[in-house]
Design a binder for this molecule. Structure first.
Ligand SMILES: Cc1ncc(COP(=O)(O)O)c(C=O)c1O
Length: 482
């Protein structure tokens, strides 16, 4: 149900006992009211003064929450005016009718994990249908569905013949160990590989197994919000580490982290490549003591300008690196398969945790994928997509430079599926993204991927999923918007 203005403060439940900062709780709860459509698009919120007084918190707390949500694209907040909701949570999620009875409560007591997860949830706008130039996707229309269907069928027929016999759970792991060694320089036995429903599942599993509340975790800033959400939910204190020309910085002055999350092959979102010397610094004798490193190679299959730089995991002599991958980008996001290469000392423990949490991928899909890889279809698909996406990257870069060079400066990534175009002349990206979305072009605001006050403003634009004709149409729309 949409909520009236007077009820907004009644729906916010700030707890002063569980160690979570009020501002984080307030931001998370407002975000979820907007994302679920209960505070609909166009709705004016109370002023910061009024909401602060209703909730009994400082005005700074409310102002910061409004600013953060404005940076993420949920609100428009300008000085001296009440903030207005700009995100369309849609009718679809008006939410179940709230049941209040002696047995039910509107604010059930949650575990610290669930409370933190609710507050660090990242925007779920991606549930809406895909529109050009949404980032983060390959072109699933190009996926060889006929070949995949044959692999699936054979896997199901084999399962039927096997009767009650055991499924072969090592075939995919062996095929992956070989593929990762030859194409990404990953050094792993099949026993170190865990097959999971997604890369996000791998991050959740690592966080559950390794994070003690209060642990320091470093992530890239700007970076991938899914990683921040997973580590924060486990109670980590997440610090955003800035980038320079060589990738994530070292920051020897900060307290040493328990874990570092990074995307060294194509930094998410900027597409930058971490230099070899920076990689060795993170792994060498001066490495942050005892820190685990999680290397997320979410789109490492796609490189265009030079030979791919081998994975950081392959350089690790101390058994400290986890390597995470996904088939969401290389095949289709509907396949729901990702994987984790664990350091040898942790593979057994993580496998037990995987079974207890139940993060198991369907056996017949695992078998079909093993066949798809072993018979060469996976590499053939990647080769074709690399050519296609390379041409699309060049097409988008050239179009942006030609038609929007006055307002945008493009960072050309050497690989991957998306790129960042920075806004010139100090323009803010949230307003630009809103205008584009209203005109039918999807982009993601770079500032929404920052931790803390965003310093970078730009557009994250996808190129891999979009045909040249779709890119051209989007460029025309963009030119008319700026
Ligand atoms: C950097 C990064 N890692 C991981 C993922 C998630 O992959 P999956 O769909 O397998 O969870 C994404 C998805 O966009 C991503 O951008």
């Amino acid at each position: 149900m949409p909520v009236s203005e007077g009820m907004i403060s009644a729906l916010i439940d700030l707890r002063r006992v569980d160690g979570e900062r009020l501002v984080v709780q307030l931001t998370g709860q407002l975000r979820s009211l907007i994302a679920t459509g209960r505070l609909g698009k166009g709705r004016a919120l109370p002023s910061s003064r009024r909401l602060a007084s209703d909730l009994g918190v400082s005005r700074n707390t409310v102002t910061y929450a409004f600013e953060q949500l404005a940076a993420e694209g949920y609100l428009e907040a300008s000085h001296g005016r009440r903030p207005v909701v700009t995100f369309d949570g849609g009718e679809r999620v008006q939410g179940p009718r709230v049941v209040t009875s002696r047995l039910g409560s509107r604010n059930p007591r949650l575990s610290p994990w669930a409370s933190r997860l609710k507050q660090t949830d990242w925007p779920m706008s991606y549930q809406a249908p895909l529109k050009p130039l949404r980032p983060g996707h390959g072109d699933f229309r190009e996926f060889p569905n006929d070949v995949w269907a044959r692999c699936l069928r054979r896997s199901i027929v084999r399962a039927a013949k096997r009767d009650l016999g055991l499924v072969n759970r090592t075939r995919l792991r062996e095929a992956l160990a070989h593929y990762l060694a030859t194409s990404r320089g990953v050094r792993a036995t099949a026993e170190q590989i865990l097959i999971l429903p997604s890369a996000q599942a791998a991050l959740t599993l690592i966080a559950a197994a390794l994070i003690t509340p209060g642990d320091e975790v470093w992530v890239e800033n700007p970076g991938y919000p899914g990683a921040t959400a997973a580590f924060r939910a486990s109670g980590a204190r997440v610090t955003g580490i800035g980038l320079d020309g060589q990738g994530m910085q070292r920051m020897p002055g900060l307290p040493p982290p328990a874990l570092i999350f990074m995307t060294p092959s194509h930094q998410h979102p900027t597409g930058r490549l971490m230099s070899l010397s920076r990689r060795t610094e993170f792994l060498g004798p001066s490495r942050p003591d005892k820190a685990w490193i999680v290397e997320d190679d979410y789109d490492g299959e796609f490189h265009y300008d030079s030979r791919p730089v081998p994975a950081l995991q392959g350089l690790d002599a101390h058994g400290r690196v986890f390597y995470v991958g996904t088939f969401s980008k290389a095949m289709t996001s509907d396949i729901r398969l990702g994987y984790l290469v664990a350091p040898p000392a942790l593979a057994g423990t993580l496998e037990i945790a995987q079974r207890h949490i139940g993060l198991i991928a369907a056996s017949h899909i695992q078998e079909a994928l093993a066949e798809f890889i072993v018979d060469g279809h996976f590499l053939a698909h990647l080769r074709r997509m690399r050519r296609l996406y390379h041409a699309r990257r060049d097409h988008l870069v050239e179009g942006l430079q030609r038609h929007l060079g006055e307002v945008l400066s493009v960072e050309v990534p050497s690989g991957g599926i998306q790129l960042v175009a920075r806004l010139k002349h100090g323009r803010a990206d949230q307003a630009a993204v809103k205008r584009l979305i209203d005109a039918g072009v999807e982009a993601r605001a770079l500032s929404s991927l920052s931790l803390g006050r965003p310093r970078d403003h730009g557009l994250l634009l996808g190129f891999a999923a979009w045909r040249e004709s779709e890119i051209n149409a989007a460029l025309r729309t963009m030119a008319s918007c700026f």
